[in-house]
Design a binder for this molecule. Structure first.
Ligand code: ADP
Length: 402
């Protein structure tokens, strides 16, 4: 039983980091954010930071002795010890987890039990760099909060209503039946944007919206009437547009060439595609757009120019998937903050009615298209953790009513 004033903890466990956010259960949704933070550098040089809802930093800790948390379990221990100090007696009534892959069937958040954990473990080969860490976050939280409901929320779930045409590869059907198909990711971010649009502008939310989630990981999603129609990410979170260190779409013939003609093994190719490509690989400087914008090295400008070209192409492709476009929404670290990237992406999309006002764009206004524009261009902050917290309350309410 969850009650007003209880706490909901949201965890987002990545390969070397755990992000967390603590919410208070309100009388009526949405949950109220109270504290957030992260442990970065797990396994190397851990760094713990935490802040309150106003952004005031409350903790900043590094370790210079042998007591540094060396794995996810130990890192979660540090996070929870810190949270206990600020919880002031409030009970953690549920823990919500971001889980990258729910497979073909898990189209909504679920209460985790032994059977669900087994199913999620079976999906690990589909997301080898993310899923095992997500699951170790669940295991560590279950150990630390015995008996407290754990809710898994999937990055793939929002895309599960795609038509078969959007999700199949042009392979014999048995491959699709074996799960070799397009799934789409960043679903919690897209779902949050769709929700917040429905709240702030229901008429627009009922229309055709392309959302560009441009962060370290980047993808775009075509949404019609609040539902995902197609997305640029496919079988894995490698596909689509270039990212911080990931290549995005690449001709599969390149991989065959690298492996057969150049003799690269699978592990080397994996490292190249996930870790040595994208903005970092192209520029040779950094995966961070801020560094590239500040650099005088022509490789930095070329990397950004290619990135914008590919994002622009995908806006066009997704507008075609929707049969038109009523709004383009920029979100995530680059989408929310990089005015120059937004301008370069939109430059050339006038044929879709996409025009931006330079002053509104420079000011990061919530709407950067001029008043009366045929296609509205918006900048929205995403909130995957907030979306997870809402899901946790929904799942618990449904299970209590069942
Ligand atoms: P993640 O996918 O790790 O959640 P974010 O959505 O936080 O990533 O995006 C991080 C990226 O956003 C950074 O690597 C950087 O490229 C970009 N970014 C963040 N702030 C700015 C800024 N002020 N100007 C330009 N780019 C920014």
């Amino acid at each position: 039983m969850i009650a007003t004033g209880d706490a909901v903890l949201v965890l987002n466990a990545g390969s070397s980091s755990i992000k967390f956010e603590l919410f208070e259960v309100p009388d009526a949704p949405p949950p109220i954010p109270r504290f957030a933070g992260q442990m970065e550098g797990i396994g190397a040089a851990p760094h713990f930071t935490a802040r309150d809802a106003t952004g005031t930093r409350l903790a900043d800790r590094r370790w210079d002795n042998g007591e540094a948390p060396g794995n996810h379990r130990a890192a979660l221990g540090v996070i929870i010890d810190w949270l206990e100090g600020v919880l002031a007696g409030r009970r953690v009534a549920a823990v919500g987890h971001r889980v990258v892959h729910g497979g073909p069937d898990l189209a909504a958040p679920v209460l985790v039990d032994v059977a669900v954990m087994e199913r999620l473990r079976d999906l690990a080969p589909l997301a080898p760099l993310h899923q095992p860490h997500n699951l170790s976050g669940i295991a560590a939280a279950a150990e630390r909060f015995p008996g407290v409901p754990q809710v898994a929320c999937f990055d793939t779930a929002f895309h599960r209503a795609h038509a078969w045409e959007a999700d199949t590869f042009a392979l014999p059907p048995e491959f699709y039946d074996r799960g070799i198909r397009r799934y789409g990711f960043h679903g919690l971010s897209y779902e949050y944007i769709a929700h917040s649009l429905a709240e702030s502008d229901p008429a627009l939310a009922a229309g055709r919206v392309v959302v560009a989630h441009l962060g370290n990981g980047a993808s775009l999603c075509a949404i019609h009437n609040g539902r995902s129609v197609d997305s640029t990410m496919g079988f894995t979170a490698l596909d689509g547009v270039p990212m911080g260190t990931r290549c995005g779409q690449i001709d599969p013939g390149v991989l065959l060439h690298l492996m057969t003609t150049e003799g690269m093994d699978a592990a080397t190719v994996q490292t190249l595609l996930y870790g040595q490509a994208g903005l970092k690989g192209m520029s040779g400087i950094s995966q961070d757009v801020r560094d590239l914008e500040a650099s005088a090295n022509p490789r930095a400008a070329r990397a950004l120019s290619h990135f914008c070209w590919r994002v622009r192409r995908e806006v066009g492709a997704l507008a075609a998937a929707l049969g038109g476009i009523d709004a383009l929404v920029f979100t995530a670290g680059i989408g929310e903050n990089a005015a120059g990237i937004r301008a370069a992406v939109c430059d050339g999309l006038e044929f879709l009615g996409i025009v931006i006002d330079p002053a509104l764009n420079a000011a990061h206004a919530p709407e950067i298209s001029p008043p009366g524009a045929r296609t509205r261009v918006l900048v929205r902050q995403t909130d995957e953790e907030g979306m997870i917290a809402r899901h946790v309350l929904g799942v618990l309410q449904r299970s209590e009513n069942a």
